[in-house]
Design a protein around this ligand. Sequence first.
Ligand SMILES: Nc1nc2c(ncn2[C@@H]2O[C@H](COP(=O)(O)OP(=O)(O)OP(=O)(O)O)[C@@H](O)[C@H]2O)c(=O)[nH]1
Ligand SMILES: [Zn+2]
Length: 298
Amino acid sequence: MTRQAEGTVTGLIAGYYDVQTSEGLIRTRARGVFRQKKQKPAVGDHVEIQIDDQGMSYLVKILPRLNRIGRPAVANVSHVLLVISAVQPDFSVALLDRFLNFFSWQKVQVTIYLSKGDLLKNSDKLGQIKEILAYYEKIGYPVYDDATKLAADLPNLIAAGQIWTLAGQSGAGKSTLLNKLKKDANQATGEISQVLNRGKHTTRQVQLFKMGQGFLADTPGFSSIDLTPIKLNELCNYFIEFKKASSKCKFRGCQHLKEPACEVKRLLAAGEILPARYDDYLAMRTEISEGRLPEYLK
Ligand SMILES: Nc1nc2c(ncn2[C@@H]2O[C@H](COP(=O)(O)OP(=O)(O)OP(=O)(O)O)[C@@H](O)[C@H]2O)c(=O)[nH]1
Ligand SMILES: [Zn+2]
């Protein structure tokens, strides 16, 4: 007897896809049709499966994807924990804005985590960074600088069906944070991932484990982003506070440059938009129009 079910791919091992469904974790094989269609299920994909209680269960259909990002790739990422370091490497608004743009473009929500504040204890520098981050919090990005608090809050933040992963520059502290999150989750729940007769010689690329009402990707996350495909006249949509203000600009499609009655320029002059953000907007425009908007941080 076979029956249909839907679920989320949480891991792939040696050609098998583990799918979390409402009736538990089910190991499946992908139907050959995917190869013909040049489709490959990814971790994070929402899929339809055919469950066979006696024999093999099959993954039969990949449902439409929201996105597919990172290396290793995760599909349907709804939320990123963006790790940004206070020092080593130095805090950079330019870098932060490029990451935020990328995720905004990919329809991914972001929570910012500032690492290595301990290395700047009581210095003016840390105060300045926190002031800048307060701006980002104001425009809608939650900000944490305490890993313990983040670990405690995270299970309540991950809503049903959401997939969260980490991102940030190399050396920012992604692995360190992930280990902490896993350790704390372990202590809270007694287990983090469903171990399923894991073979000895299998290499797992990325695995989702249950956290809160959804999943956290068990991978150090990714450090390189490709902004190349972003179009010049769409860039302003990915600065979330510009996008919000643009409904009050006089002209539809206002690029917030020299257009009259531009709400973004008004807010900038009024000190309500961070000048460094606007400068980054102009810098990225130049990079796009000169075709040198690179893959960052390869
Ligand atoms: N003092 C201090 N050191 C930290 C903190 N977070 C990370 N580190 C150190 O920073 C270095 C880099 O941290 P990782 O967690 O490996 O960074 P990563 O982002 O995973 O780096 P990649 O694997 O290169 O992408 C390590 O030596 C960590 O011990 C922190 O909050 N405070
Ligand atoms: Zn405008």
